[in-house]
Design a protein around this ligand. Structure first.
Ligand code: GCO
Ligand code: MG
Length: 402
């Protein structure tokens, strides 16, 4: 079972996606997501120029050896572009292995540990009144967990509030658009939002909030403490996480659980966060953290320290990543929650998939492999469109974290 063909498909069915497709000499195919929002073509070039030439002729069954070859072989270790490219190869090889075995990938990973994968949706609106209606909409759809984001009075636009309520695309312009940020306005407003949401929906609904890396540790500690009465499932990315020891300060002051890691690309980005029990959920996912093989390593380390998974699942991760994530989610003992931001109908059509939402859970389906593919003819009808993520400045013009 040798890799006979490998190609990178770049397509834009409402947003940009990069997909690796591998074909073996006995006709099996595998797909891997290689999308890095706002930096798509860097990963496509990395794959095309440096990875595809070494894949041709390799034994498709040797997933771990190929991972090690690409990781050690590059000499330049880690980084989002490299690890996304490795993830795409790893994911496609797991897809092929599942098809060769005639089994869904979750069976190869040890079989199911639960009946379905609990997901959370994104309720967002400019005002608190409107966000209550949005939370209600998710509850009516069957969701058991909802992330809540609102506008901040006095700020023109805020991360997490989108025009379209089901699909969120923050990469909104060919060149980065600029937002203005005020931490005091934010810290004053957010607890009032959750007071209303909790009062309206009662204690049973899991509530989450994404801070999107905008606070310092002591500010995050204050936010966490002020949210304690509303029992959030997690406060996400309270501060940028390059300084892992910075989370000690947050931990000392609040019992609001912390979820971090959507921008991490290896186990080394969260080794201290996990082993010091500074977080409760690790948000790494397949496409940006080295594929199914490496993600399993992160989640296995996390399991030792009572840290659960909470994988990133925004719209800019393709249905290929979502399918792969669901196989991991179903098979690990320490699953926590899976983010599920829906894709547009155009995206779903380009990536036919067997995963289904029912009753607050996603189910990966029983097809051999990952149960997802790319329709390359349809993909060709949606050429790449340059799009970058916004940037954030403080009121006085200082660059801040977006
Ligand atoms: C999330 C994320 C996303 C990111 C996006 C960037 O929690 O879903 O923060 O919304 O902003 O993936 O491309
Ligand atoms: Mg996030």
């Amino acid at each position: 079972m040798r890799i006979a063909e490998a190609r990178v498909v770049v397509t834009c069915p409402d947003r940009n996606f990069v997909t690796l497709k591998l074909v073996t000499d006995d006709g099996l195919t595998g797909v891997g997501d290689a999308t890095l929002n706002g930096r798509e073509l860097a990963v496509a070039a990395y794959l095309n120029e440096h990875v595809l030439p070494v894949l041709i002729g390799r034994d498709a069954a040797r997933i771990e050896d190929t991972w090690q070859f690409l990781y050690r072989g590059a000499y330049w270790r880690r980084g989002p572009v490299t690890m996304t490219a490795i993830a795409a190869v790893d994911t496609a090889l797991w897809d092929i292995k599942g098809k060769a075995a005639g089994l869904p990938v979750y069976q190869l990973l040890g079989g199911r540990c639960r009946d379905g994968v609990t997901v959370y949706g994104h309720a967002n609106a400019e005002t608190v009144d409107d966000v209550l209606a949005e939370v209600g909409r998710y509850v009516d759809m069957g969701y058991r967990a909802v992330r809540v984001q609102t506008g901040i009075p006095g700020l023109a636009s805020t991360y997490g509030v989108s025009g379209d309520k089901m699909f969120y695309e923050p990469a909104d312009a060919a060149l980065p658009s600029e937002n203005v940020w005020s931490t005091p306005a934010y810290l004053n407003h957010v607890p009032t939002v959750f007071e209303r949401v909790r009062a309206e929906f009662g204690p049973g609904l899991a509530l989450l909030h994404d801070v999107h890396h905008r606070l310092t540790p002591i500010e995050a500690a204050r936010l966490g403490r002020s949210l304690e009465p509303y029992a959030l499932t997690w406060m996400e990315d309270p501060v940028p996480a390059e300084l892992q020891e910075g989370f000690r300060l947050i931990r000392r002051h609040t019992t609001t659980p912390i979820a971090v890691g959507e921008v991490f690309n290896s186990i080394w980005d969260c080794q201290q966060l996990i082993s010091e029990q500074l977080i409760d959920y690790v948000r790494t996912t397949v496409v940006h953290a080295g594929g199914i093989s490496h993600l399993r390593r992160i989640f296995d380390l996390a399991a030792l320290y009572h840290v659960r998974s909470g994988s990133h699942g925004a719209t800019d991760l393709s249905p290929v990543c979502m399918a792969a994530a669901l196989h991991v989610d179903l098979s690990i003992p320490n699953f926590g929650l899976q983010e599920y931001m829906r894709h547009t109908p155009a995206t779903d059509a380009v990536f036919p998939h067997s995963y289904r939402f029912a009753d607050g859970y996603l189910h990966p389906g029983e097809e051999p492999g990952l149960g997802v593919d790319i329709d390359e003819d349809l993909a060709a009808q949606y050429p790449y469109r340059p799009a970058q993520l916004p940037v954030n400045r403080l009121v006085d013009g200082t660059m801040h974290n977006w």
